[in-house]
Design a protein around this ligand. Structure first.
Ligand code: AVI
Length: 307
């Protein structure tokens, strides 16, 4: 097997089976996620962009001149263009991602599109502190940018840890600009993760195809079904793959017994109240300075400064 599947096997041997959502994003998974962001039921992407557009002047003014924009998990930098086009005299754009090929390809593209901005990509696992590059022009402040509500995919403990890393990387005088999905009518959330075209189901099942391809598992994709449900008490979507029969899945010497109806957790997507996120941010040292939302309060973009 080309990589180490132990972590995945350990997760599948737990009493409540799980696979880390980081395995969603192979090439096919990233394409499917792109499709999700364009689905009529999936409100977060479009709503977040609308909030950014509607409040661009205020956002740009609050960031100020000569900032260094550090994007965590930049991927294809698709949510950054709006800032790069409008921020004046940016000291640098620092996209951070764990996938080196993807990062370098999109950084080159951004550099060509914005020749006046110094683009300094960093290959790193952003959940742990990493070293920032030194831009040619000394930035007046660092702005950590984390759009798209990915903070929701972290458990509360992991989100607290990630916010602490962001606090550290923001440095003195720095700030965090973050997308946070909000708690709302459960039906709206349920629909966003159970779209009628079945793209989210395909995205969820693709995780098994990815594990087969890269780690030598032999999952039968036709023996699992997509299940996503909003738990109002926990304030989160819980996404599972449910086995439709008793089966044994193997990877090398490992055998994993999966019962009929047994579920494998693949993702949490936490939705926050404004108060709940402010508490989480303040536990990591941040103070919420400004919150922008859409008219229906579906989603928020928040500016958090070091308190
Ligand atoms: C990447 N992340 C913010 C998405 C979300 O909404 O939690 C991942 C996703 N999973 C299913 N649909 C979208």
């Amino acid at each position: 097997m080309p990589a180490e599947p132990e972590e995945i096997i350990d997760g599948l041997l737990l009493p409540e089976k799980m696979i880390s959502p980081k395995y969603f994003y192979d090439e096919r998974g990233s394409q499917l996620f792109d499709q999700i962001t364009r689905l009529p039921e999936y409100y977060p992407t479009e709503t977040a962009l609308g909030i950014m557009q509607d409040n661009l002047d205020a956002i740009v003014a609050i960031i100020g001149e000569h900032a260094s924009l550090i994007e965590f998990g930049s991927g294809s930098s698709s949510k950054t263009r709006i800032l790069l086009e409008n921020l004046d005299q940016l000291a640098a754009y620092v996209p951070v991602d764990i996938s080196a090929d993807h990062l370098l390809e999109s950084s080159n593209r951004i550099q060509l599109e914005f020749p006046g901005v110094e683009v300094l990509p960093v290959v790193a696992d952003f959940t742990q502190a990493f070293e920032l590059p030194n831009p040619k022009f000394m930035p007046l402040r660092n702005i950590v940018y984390f759009p798209g509500s990915t903070i929701g995919n972290f458990t509360h403990d992991a989100a607290h840890h990630l916010l602490s890393v962001m606090y550290q990387e923001a440095g003195e005088n720095g700030a965090l600009l973050i997308g946070v999905d909000l708690q709302k009518d459960a039906a709206i959330i349920d629909r966003a993760y159970n779209d009628s075209a079945g793209v989210t189901a395909a995205f969820n099942l693709n995780i098994l195809r990815h594990l087969n391809e890269v780690f030598g598992f032999d999952f039968d994709l036709s023996a699992f079904t997509h299940n996503a449900h909003y738990d109002e008490v926990e304030g989160r979507i819980e996404m599972h793959l449910v086995s439709s029969c008793d089966q044994i899945v193997t990877a090398g010497d490992a055998e994993i017994l999966i019962g009929d109806g047994e579920a494998i957790l693949t993702e949490y997507s936490h939705k926050y109240t404004l108060h709940g996120f402010a508490e989480m941010a303040s536990s990591a040292g941040f103070e919420i300075v400004k919150v922008w939302t859409d008219a229906d309060a579906l989603f928020s973009v928040q500016l958090c400064c070091r308190g």
